[in-house]
Design a protein. Structure first.
Lengths: 179, 366
């Protein structure tokens, strides 16, 4: 389903299909499940319209293996911070506020020491809006895999910063060089 | 003893990343020519200062072991012991002497030493800041510590000389550093980004045949227009086409019948720029012309487009490219049934009496 344009695909005598990008930014990335913050800044190119995923912590491919922590889009559509130790989902999303294609989006997804997630979102440099935190759960000993998988989605990635602890939005922006 | 451990009182300070390699440059006498010879790919190193060391003998023993090329394991944060690096000590080597840490006194106090580490596999050090940073990526950084694949080529915007983006091609397995605009897609492209396209709903296919040759009569049909090749295009070449409607008796069009193979919403996009008039129309319609599923009107003023969707939904802002082109995209409101439809390029505002021209490149229906 093409709800938005993708990059140009030249054709000649037959239709042409562009194959997907497959990206793992750090194949050995395997932090222990602990309080952490994920900050990502990107140009929205359609991920929000296809329930896509921005980034997955400690997963080598787009197939998630629990436990995992990801930032993805829901059917609403809004973005959410999504953590599952397996079988149960704990998430946080900014209800009713979704970027549109062409927006520059900043997302901060935090995971607390009690297993509670929380999402903060800023669109086009506007004021960050913080969603209600998700429910708490015991953090597992390890994540399901190793790696830092991007996607599946449509985005132009500008920055990705992952830090220990629950960090303020402005701190993450500074590490990313935004502030 | 099975192991010796030097517990740092403070994380390594003044961390600096480095690279060392045998490089032999040579300039001509007038400095107009330069040659560089390198041997191998070199190796990455990390320099840092051990501060406030109150266990000088253990620190000296570390230097002694490192001088014999004993592998040292550097763990930036013991709270995360899984993150560690097997290293060789490059500096200092015996004979070596620690110096007094100036912040604790030069007569009675702690000691410090600057060390240079090199990973045993010569690869770069990842984020080694002890305090909080686990990972950092900024568009344009290396991704060699990860993996990237894509079968086949794909397009992206290179930051061309005028700043508005040159449509460029990345070959198989080449990640795309795509330049984007900061404020809007109509501005100069001043920001690098890593372009990523992978749909959870399946791959993308351009249904328009001969998208690069609008004069291919095998698929493109003219009606009251002439098509001229050789126009400057958004890729920096001359493969755009001028479509001219010189008649006042009918609204001239260039069209192609495409086949939708999956019942889905369709997005129709095209790179366009104005010719001699200021209004153009893009259509995605039924083959009997009875129904427009997309009708996009583009009007121009001083080279800037105003885009409206008479039928369908506009998707994203008009995206500016080099040579004055804008990429316009509209999708159908609802899903289409499988079957044949027409992609239409109209140099006018769909008025028979209107004349004009449109310069087009790369129509795409997906």
């Amino acid at each position: 389903m093409a709800l938005f344009p993708s990059s140009y695909i030249p054709t000649v005598a037959a239709t042409v299909t562009r194959q997907p990008d497959v990206l793992n930014l750090a194949t050995s990335f395997a932090p222990r499940p602990a309080a952490m913050s994920i900050y990502v800044r990107f140009l929205e190119l359609g991920t929000i319209l296809q329930q896509g995923t921005i980034v997955q912590v400690a997963n080598p491919t787009i197939t998630q293996v629990a436990p995992y922590f990801i930032v993805n889009a829901t059917a609403a559509p809004v973005y959410q911070a999504y953590f599952t130790p397996g079988g149960i989902i704990f998430s946080s999303s900014v209800a009713g506020v979704a970027p549109v294609i062409g927006n520059m989006v900043e997302l901060l997804a935090t995971l607390s020491a009690t297993g509670s997630t929380q999402l903060t979102q800023a669109i086009n440099g506007g004021a960050p809006v913080t969603a209600a935190a998700g429910g708490a759960t015991t953090l597992p000993q390890t994540f399901g895999g190793a790696g830092l998988c991007v996607g599946p989605g449509f985005l132009a990635l500008r920055n990705l910063v992952i830090m220990r602890g629950v960090q303020p939005f402005i701190t993450m922006q500074r590490y990313a060089g935004v502030q | 003893m099975s192991q010796r451990v030097l517990l740092l009182r403070e994380p390594l300070r003044e961390l600096r990343y480095g690279h060392t390699q045998s490089v032999y440059p040579a300039d001509s006498l007038d400095f107009t020519q330069r040659q560089v010879y390198t041997i191998g790919v070199g190796t990455y190193e990390l320099t840092g200062r051990v501060r406030f060391a109150d266990n000088g003998q253990t620190l000296v023993d570390l230097i002694k072991a490192g001088s014999k090329k004993t592998t040292l394991t550097y763990t930036p944060n013991l709270s995360d012991p899984g993150v560690n690096y097997a290293c060789y000590l490059i500096k200092p080597l015996s004979p070596a002497m620690l110096k007094m840490d100036p912040n604790t006194g030069v007569e009675f106090g702690d000691e410090d030493v600057e060390i240079v580490l090199r990973k045993t596999d010569q690869s770069p050090f990842a984020a080694v800041q002890q305090n909080a940073l686990l990972f950092a990526y900024r568009a344009g950084d290396r991704i060699q510590e990860g993996t990237y694949t894509r079968v086949g080529s794909a397009r992206y915007a290179l930051n061309s000389s005028n700043g508005y983006g040159t449509l460029s091609t990345a070959t198989t397995n080449l990640a795309r550093l795509h330049w984007i605009s900061s404020a809007s897609s109509k501005g100069p492209r001043t920001l690098p980004s890593l372009l990523f396209e992978d749909s959870p709903l399946g791959t993308r296919t351009n249904l328009v045949l001969q998208s690069g040759n609008l004069k291919a009569t095998s698929v493109w049909t003219v009606s009251n227009v002439t098509v001229t090749s050789g126009q400057a295009d958004p890729a920096g070449g001359t493969k755009a086409f001028k479509i001219v409607d010189a008649t006042t008796s009918a609204a001239g069009i260039l069209q192609e019948v495409v086949t939708v193979t999956v019942s889905t919403k369709v997005t129709y996009s095209c790179f366009i720029k104005p010719g001699t008039n200021s209004a153009h129309t893009l259509l995605f319609q039924s083959t009997n012309n009875a129904t427009n599923f997309i009708q996009t009107r583009v009007t121009w003023s001083s080279g800037l487009p105003t885009v409206s969707a008479i039928t369908g939904v506009l998707v994203g802002p008009a995206e500016r490219w080099m040579n004055g082109f804008y990429r316009i995209a509209t999708r159908t409101t609802g899903s289409l049934t499988t079957g044949k439809y027409k992609v239409v390029l109209m140099p006018t505002s769909n008025v028979a009496a209107a004349k004009g021209s449109l310069i087009a490149y790369g129509p795409q229906a997906e």
